[in-house]
Design a protein around this ligand. Structure first.
Ligand code: MG
Length: 384
């Protein structure tokens, strides 16, 4: 059996001084003895990975719905891509990879059904009851709704994982988050820009003639194909290979630039520890050119993919279903599953209904709509 603090020794050997060391964690909401061979952040990562909310990410849409095909990302595969990119960046910068992985696996766990459309509907429904944000709901799930221990609700995660996630729901905060939190945020935006481009090309929502007009794409294709970019239309193997090469170039160019820039920043400031990095207000950033390219691609995807008529039509139908379910349950909250009725003492009925709906997969929500609205059944089943 390894020694009790082998993980702490390993971190001392591998991590940079400005990383968040597990041994310096502020601990959990409820005290637990240390694990013999897993660090606190490894345990958090495992708790999130084994949670029901994490598995449900496979049934939650990212941008494109399940009936549009089986190639594109779900929220689960998006999450794994974020974790992989963030760990790569964290390893180069000698940050705490276990903390990074825990934060990455948690980051989208609070997404309601139907992607950002579901979030918009719940936000509107709960406007007078504190609103709704998937980032904040991730904390509700991990602290209150997940059931893992007999003595108390939630996953009992460390303060660093909880505050890292809390930072996501309060982006305007003047407080500088841990470098590990910053790396996960950056990896998230790199991942979705690249894979949404890939998925939209595959689904035919974008074509090469259009994307090649974008300076960032032209520049990358020149790098990959030396100026002779392919006309990779359609569904053939040539198109698939070209698409993958382009997506690889989008991710690789951004990650390479980010780790280069971040290494330079860290070298110049040389924070003595993670607290010094935060006090210095250190924000790791890609170069101005790559940030501008990133913005350009984001704006392009927003205009041409997220607002594509095919997606808008799907979103409107899904939003209508969610709205009807919300109205129906908020009117008669006695139909809620027992667990959510128990929230009614402390929470407004609208909040309890919001939590119930937000925890569902797209399919569960579709089935509930059939049950409660179409067939007018009265019992709303629990998703736990
Ligand atoms: Mg994400």
């Amino acid at each position: 059996m390894p020694t009790d603090n082998a993980w702490a020794e390993r971190e001392q050997l591998l991590l940079a001084p400005y990383a968040m060391f597990s041994a310096n964690s502020q601990g959990r909401e409820r005290h637990e003895p240390p694990h013999p061979y897993r660090s606190p952040f490894q345990r958090d990562r495992d708790r999130i990975l084994h949670s029901a909310a994490f598995r449900r990410l496979s049934g939650k849409m990212q941008v494109f719905t399940g009936d549009m095909g089986d190639y594109h990302r779900t929220r689960l595969t998006h999450t794994h891509e974020v974790a992989s990119i963030a760990r790569t960046m964290g390893r180069v910068l000698r940050l705490n990879e276990d903390l990074i992985e825990a934060l990455a696996l948690m980051h989208d766990i609070g997404h309601p059904p139907y992607g950002h459309c579901g979030e918009d509907i719940l936000q509107r429904c709960l406007a007078e009851h504190g609103g709704f944000s998937h980032n904040a709901f991730a904390l509700v799930l991990c602290r209150h709704l997940e059931r893992r221990y007999t003595d108390y609700p939630g996953l009992n995660l460390t303060a660093e994982v909880l505050s890292g996630q809390a930072h996501r729901s309060d982006k305007d905060s003047s407080e500088t988050p841990l470098l590990e939190v910053q790396v996960v945020d950056t990896a998230d935006s790199f991942a979705y820009n690249a894979h949404d481009l890939d998925d939209a090309l595959k689904l035919g929502l974008l074509d090469w003639k259009t994307i090649i007009e974008l300076p960032v794409i032209r520049q990358l294709t020149e790098r990959v194909w030396d100026g002779a970019w392919p006309t990779a239309e359609g569904d053939g193997e040539h198109a698939a290979t070209a698409r993958r090469a382009l997506v690889h170039a989008v991710i690789d160019s951004q990650v390479a630039d980010f780790v280069q820039q971040a290494s330079t920043q860290l070298g110049q400031i040389a924070p003595a520890d993670c607290t010094a990095a935060r006090q210095a207000g250190l924000r790791l950033r890609a170069s101005p050119e790559v940030r501008a390219q990133h913005e350009e691609l984001s704006a392009f995807l927003f205009q041409n993919v997220y607002r594509h008529p095919r997606l808008v039509a799907i979103r409107e139908q899904a939003g209508e279903r969610l709205q009807q379910l919300f109205d129906s349950l908020a009117e008669t909250p006695a139909r809620l599953p027992k667990r959510f009725q128990q929230l009614l003492g402390e929470h407004a009925p609208e909040q309890a209904v919001g939590y119930y709906l937000a925890g569902m997969t797209d399919r569960f929500c579709d089935e509930l709509y059939q049950r409660l609205i179409v067939q007018r059944q009265t019992v709303a089943p629990d998703w736990a």
